[in-house]
Design a binder for this molecule. Sequence first.
Ligand code: XLS
Ligand code: NI
Ligand code: NI
Length: 440
Amino acid sequence: MEFFKEFGKIRYEGRNAKTPFAFRFYNPDEKIAGKTMREQLRFAMAYWHTMCAEGTDMFGVGTIDKSFDSANPMEIAKNKAYAAFELMEKLDIDYFCFHDRDIAPEGRTLAESNERLDEITELIGALMRKSGKKLLWGTANCFGNKRYMHGAGTAPNADVFAFAAAQIKKTIEITVKLGGEGYVFWGGREGYETLLNTDMALEQDNMARLMRMAVDYARSIGFKGDFYIEPKPKEPTKHQYDFDTATVLAFLRKYGLQNDFKMNIEANHATLAGHTFQHELRVARENGVFGSIDANQGDMLLGWDTDQYPTNVYETALCMYEVLKAGGFTHGGLNFDAKTRRGSNTPEDIALSFIAGMDAFALGLRIADKMISDGRIDDFVQERYSSYNSGIGKRIVDGDISIHELEKYALFLGDVTTNKSGRQEYLENIINEIMFGGKL
Ligand code: XLS
Ligand code: NI
Ligand code: NI
């Protein structure tokens, strides 16, 4: 049975393609920076947005039909699985990501929910073997059900903590069963609304306990992939503990978890934290915890997680610059944690949105590769810090000078009256030249 009859297989047709149902810049088998674009970009489909999100918002019902020709919840779940693999095939996407509750509806009891997961993962496993599609990462939805109203790992109620632990255990099992390359913690309600009712210290200690148990269990059943924490400062809770990469790093180091986790950086979460996407990627890279990416974009004028498909090429270029500088993805990839706008409610919109996102990242990769091979930006940065390569600077970097000697040196200088220009505008213009110089 075909679910997306409105479009066929999307192929690379180059910039002069005649149809909107074609890639103009994503040429999966073309090599860029030593690997094929497919290998560099490792695109993934987010099951929740693509297969489940119906366009509901606080003011209105869904506008997008995701019932997949059935009214029975388990049958819908199975049809969604078939439809998901059809879509990945048509869009040439190699990976997918899910929450446990995206792939199978929650049952009346935990045992029933787990049985449903067993049943559906049999089907998904078979579809994976047939198609060669792979699971980038799995995660447990520990925020949607009302039992998690005060959090899951950080809940004040120990029964809720136990329930979350059991749910995460099961999700790790199905992730391992399906050969998942990663496991994500996103702390949707792991935060607080008011400190007046909150024991912050206990909540964070408990979260760390849960993560430690999850890692130890996963390793004991043979999970070889990466664990990720996905930082986000707010929404749904007012303040989330995993605020941004720097905050998560401090948490991991406090609890001795720094060797077990990397970051899953989401563009829209970075901007909500008051950072650029590139900033979050840079902090992760410089601290050895760059892992995976939730590819989307927010709206500059809105203060929430709009999860739009990424189309801003300036942003994708700076993102891919960081990815290439990190040596590329290992277990991670670019997961489109993005949904079509509520007004873009046809099946065609799903294809067109993925095409827009994939082409934007293909352009980003091409530009990032040129930024690096062009060399002017990297050379500029190197030159900017060259005073640390010799003399007093080298002694500072080598830890080979005392504050007394520095004082003596500064007294001898008397003052510092020359500083080189940072040349920001010149550097920004280089990127524009790389992006548009040869084409317009
Ligand atoms: C929500 C998060 C979520 C995670 C997975 O804002 O981005 O979708 O990626 O739980
Ligand atoms: Ni996300
Ligand atoms: Ni998000």
